[in-house]
Design a protein around this ligand. Structure first.
Ligand SMILES: [Zn+2]
Ligand SMILES: [Zn+2]
Length: 331
């Protein structure tokens, strides 16, 4: 197999040829068809994820075909099309796992962080944490890849944001371009905030149905019931709190954010809520894929050959990707 490997923080990924991995008990070996590039991968590269186990193959939006089964796997067959998300395993025994909050497991495995992910031609995955992505529903693997993190985590953030009709999305990248479609299908009105001056992202937001799109330094045309912040910018927290109405919520959707500035208590007063979303549960995965199918979500992707992973990461970092970047291994 061929993989792009992170050996140490702040260094480019390097190419490695490895023997094809053998699936252990409960594992699938998957031939990767596409793997999305997520902002979390940038945090991994920058050494901002203390749980990472290096060296590691990044990538947690993996779409591929099962090509070998480990012992004790009965739910999948060779040839099945699956997705491998960020949550790669849980302990099944901690208080969180036992009470339906496995996203907060005390001893979790994260794909492309604590175990090798999908920036490769092959990956091993815990069969119990894979999601079905049948080829008839998802003929193009690259278009399905962003659903697996940008979509799933975005969907969890949307649920935590509550049922309010007016939603603000701060940062209009991979997650927001999917979520705007799901939110519209639920009958909500969406206002999109981009980096100031990012006209291209604002055009994309409007073309996907956003009622309004502007810079994050602008006020929305009406108070928001809830806001979700995808940009890793702590300064957006008081901005978003100031934009939500009484009783509204601000949800931080990223795994890492720059420090929050101090802000006057009146921005939180009147029962505004500020919360973060962490990881996902398997139930989130199934619920989101169903919601995305109902909404007829169409993703916008930019494809890169797997060997050009470093270029894709740089383009994402510098804001040159509209929608989602996806790596495609050689056929
Ligand atoms: Zn646990
Ligand atoms: Zn991600």
């Amino acid at each position: 197999m061929f993989a792009m490997v992170l050996r140490s923080p702040m260094t480019p990924l390097v190419t490695e040829q490895r023997p094809d991995p053998r699936p252990g008990p409960g594992e699938l070996r998957i031939r990767v068809e596409a793997c999305g590039v997520c902002r979390t991968d940038l945090h991994l590269l920058d050494g901002e994820l203390p749980q990472a186990r290096l060296p590691v193959v990044p990538g947690h939006e993996v779409v591929g075909t099962v090509d070998a089964l480990g012992a004790e796997v009965s739910a999948w067959r060779v040839g099945d099309r699956v997705g491998v998300p960020w949550l790669g395993g849980t302990c099944g025994a901690c208080d969180y796992c036992l009470h339906g909050r496995e996203n907060l497991c005390d001893a979790p495995e994260f794909t492309g962080c604590t175990r090798d992910g999908g920036y490769a031609t092959h990956v091993l995955a815990n069969a119990a944490f894979c999601l079905a992505l049948p080829r008839r529903d998802y003929p193009d693997a690259a278009l399905a890849a962003p659903l697996l993190c940008a979509g799933l985590i975005g969907g969890r953030a949307l649920r935590l944001a509550g049922k309010g009709a007016t939603l603000g999305l701060y940062g209009f990248g991979a997650a927001a371009h999917i979520l705007v479609q799901v939110a519209l299908a639920e009958g909500r009105r969406v206002h999109a905030f981009t980096r100031p001056g990012d006209v291209e992202a604002q055009v994309l937001a409007r073309s996907l149905g956003a009622a309004w799109a502007g810079g994050s330094d602008e006020a929305p045309p009406e108070p928001l019931d809830a806001a979700i912040i995808f940009a890793p910018v702590g300064a957006l927290v008081p901005t978003a709190l100031a934009a939500v109405r009484k009783g509204g919520s601000v949800v931080c959707g990223g795994i890492h954010m720059s420090d929050l500035p101090s802000f006057p208590y009146r921005l939180l007063w009147e029962e505004r809520r500020l919360l973060s979303v962490a990881n996902l549960t398997r139930a989130d995965g199934h619920a989101f894929l169903a919601a995305a199918a109902r909404a007829g979500v169409q993703t916008r992707v930019r494809r890169y050959p797997l060997a050009e992973a470093n270029r894709a990461l740089l383009d994402l970092r510098e804001g040159r990707v509209q929608g989602a970047a996806v790596l495609v291994p050689p056929a």
